[in-house]
Design a protein around this ligand. Structure first.
Ligand SMILES: [Zn+2]
Length: 402
C-alpha cells in the first residue's frame, strides 16, 4: 500500500453502475467501487465518529452491509484528516474493507454551528470545539475527503433549509453548481467517485435545471439533496419523482442517492420511483430509545410494560443476532439500565433496514414490485389509513394497492 492509503492505485477498478434488472421505475443495480460492489437500492448505515455507536464492523458485515457512510465533519475535527491519512485511510482505521461514502462536511456545519455564513468562497462557521471562525471552501472539503479515502465523496454544496423560499433558493442552487466545478478541479484521486448534489428546494423547475447541470458533470453517480428537512411528504416524493424522471431522460446510467432518507415507507416509495441509494441515522437513533423497527405497524416501543413478560423475539422469523438470542422481555428489562439494550435494538433495526432492501431487490429481480408494495403497505399501515401522499405516489407509479 502507498503512503496515502490508496489500496488500488496500481490496479484501479473501473467505477461503474450496471443495471441488472428493472421493474416499473425501480432498478436493481450493481455499483462497482474501489472497495467492492454494492447492490442497489441500498440503505447505508451512518457511522458518525468512524463507529456505529456500539456496533462493530464485523456485525455489519454479518448483516450483509456493503457500504456505510462516515461524517467528514466529525472525522475532520477528531482525530483530524491528517491522522486518518497517517493511519492508512478510514477503511484501515476503522477495520472496514468494504465501500464507504463520506459527506462534504457542509451539512453538519450548518446543523451544529451556532454561527454560520456562506459566501462565494465557501462555508464559514464557528468551531463548536474552539469557538474560532473557520472556513470550509470546496477545495478544503475535497482535500479532507481525499485524506479520509472513502470510495464515494460528496461535493460541498450550499445547503439551505428546505422550507426557505425566495431568491436564495436559486442562488444557493447556482452556487452549488459553481462549487461542484471547483470540487472537480481540486479532486485528484482516481479511486474515488465524486457525486454532485442536485439542489433547488421544492421548486420542480429549478430542480429540473439543476438536474441538467449536475448530470452533465457527474461521472459515476449523483445525489438529490436538500430533502428530509421537515418538508411536507407530498412535496418530498414529487421532488424525488421529478429528479428521477429527468435523470431517466438524460443520464439513466447514474445511480441516484437521496440524502437523509431512512423511514421504511420512504425507502420503499423512493426506490420504486427509481432512486438507488439512501442514508439515515434513523435505525440507530430510535434504537437508542428502545424503539424497534418491525414489519407490522412499523415500530415497537420495547420499554412498554406489556413486553415485560413477552418472551418472543422482537420480530418472529427475523434472522438478526438479537432476535436469534434475546426476547422482548429481556430487552425490556435491560433497556433503561444498560447500553446493551440500545445495542441489541440497533442491531435489529439495521438488519431490518438492510433486509427490507434485500427483499425489495428480489421483488425487482422477479418483476413483482406491485405485489411487494401491496404487502408492505398492508403490514406497515395495519392499524391505520394509508396516507394520501403514499396513495398519490402509488397512483403516479401506476400501481393498484386495494
Ligand atoms: Zn431482529
Amino acid at each position: 500500500m502507498s503512503d496515502n492509503g490508496l489500496q488500488h492505485r496500481s490496479d484501479p477498478i473501473e467505477m461503474k453502475f450496471d443495471i441488472l434488472a428493472k421493474s416499473g421505475l425501480a432498478r436493481h443495480g450493481l455499483l462497482h467501487l474501489a472497495h467492492g460492489a454494492v447492490n442497489t437500492p441500498v440503505f447505508m448505515p451512518v457511522g458518525t465518529q468512524g463507529t456505529m455507536k456500539g456496533i462493530l464492523p464485523e456485525q455489519l458485515k454479518e448483516m450483509g452491509c456493503e457500504i456505510l457512510l462516515c461524517n467528514t465533519y466529525h472525522l475532520g475535527h477528531r482525530p483530524g484528516p491528517e491522522l486518518v491519512k497517517q493511519a492508512g485511510g478510514i477503511h484501515k482505521m476503522m477495520n472496514w474493507d468494504r465501500a464507504i461514502l463520506t459527506d462534504s462536511g457542509g451539512f453538519q456545519m450548518v446543523s451544529l454551528s451556532k454561527l454560520m455564513t456562506v459566501d462565494e468562497n465557501g462555508v464559514n462557521f464557528q468551531s463548536p470545539h474552539t469557538g474560532e471562525m473557520m472556513a470550509l471552501p470546496p477545495e478544503k472539503s475535497i482535500e479532507i475527503q481525499e485524506c479520509l479515502g472513502a470510495d464515494i465523496i460528496m461535493q460541498l454544496d450550499h445547503v439551505i433549509h428546505v422550507l426557505t423560499t425566495g431568491d436564495i433558493v436559486k442562488e444557493a442552487m447556482e452556487r452549488s453548481i459553481r462549487w461542484l466545478d471547483r470540487c472537480v478541479d481540486a479532486h485528484g484521486r482516481k479511486d474515488q467517485a465524486l457525486f454532485p448534489i442536485i439542489q433547488g428546494g421544492l421548486d420542480l423547475d429549478q430542480r429540473g435545471f439543476c438536474v441538467r447541470e449536475m448530470a452533465t458533470r457527474a461521472k459515476v453517480g449523483i445525489a438529490i439533496g436538500g430533502l428530509s428537512g421537515g418538508e411536507d411528504k407530498n412535496s418530498f416524493w414529487r421532488v424525488v419523482a421529478e429528479c428521477c424522471k429527468r435523470l431517466n431522460e438524460i443520464a439513466p446510467g447514474l445511480p441516484r442517492y437521496v440524502m437523509g432518507v431512512g423511514f421504511q415507507v420512504d425507502l420503499v416509495i423512493c426506490s420504486l420511483l427509481g432512486a438507488d441509494m439512501f442514508d439515515c441515522v434513523h435505525p440507530t437513533r430510535v434504537g437508542r430509545f428502545g424503539i424497534a423497527m418491525v414489519k407490522k405497524g412499523g415500530y415497537l416501543k420495547l420499554e412498554n410494560k406489556r413486553f415485560k413478560t413477552d418472551f418472543t423475539p422482537i420480530e418472529e422469523g427475523c434472522e438478526c443476532q438479537t432476535c436469534k438470542n434475546y426476547s422482548r422481555a429481556y430487552i425490556n428489562m435491560v433497556m433503561s439500565k444498560e447500553t446493551v439494550g440500545c445495542h441489541l435494538v440497533s442491531i435489529h433495526n439495521l438488519h431490518h433496514q438492510l433486509n427490507l432492501m434485500r427483499n425489495l431487490r428480489k421483488a425487482i429481480d422477479e418483476d413483482k414490485v406491485e405485489d411487494f408494495l401491496r404487502q408492505f403497505l398492508k403490514d406497515y399501515y395495519c392499524n391505520e389509513e394509508i396516507p394520501n401522499w403514499v396513495k398519490d405516489a402509488v397512483d403516479y407509479m401506476g400501481y393498484k394497492i386495494d
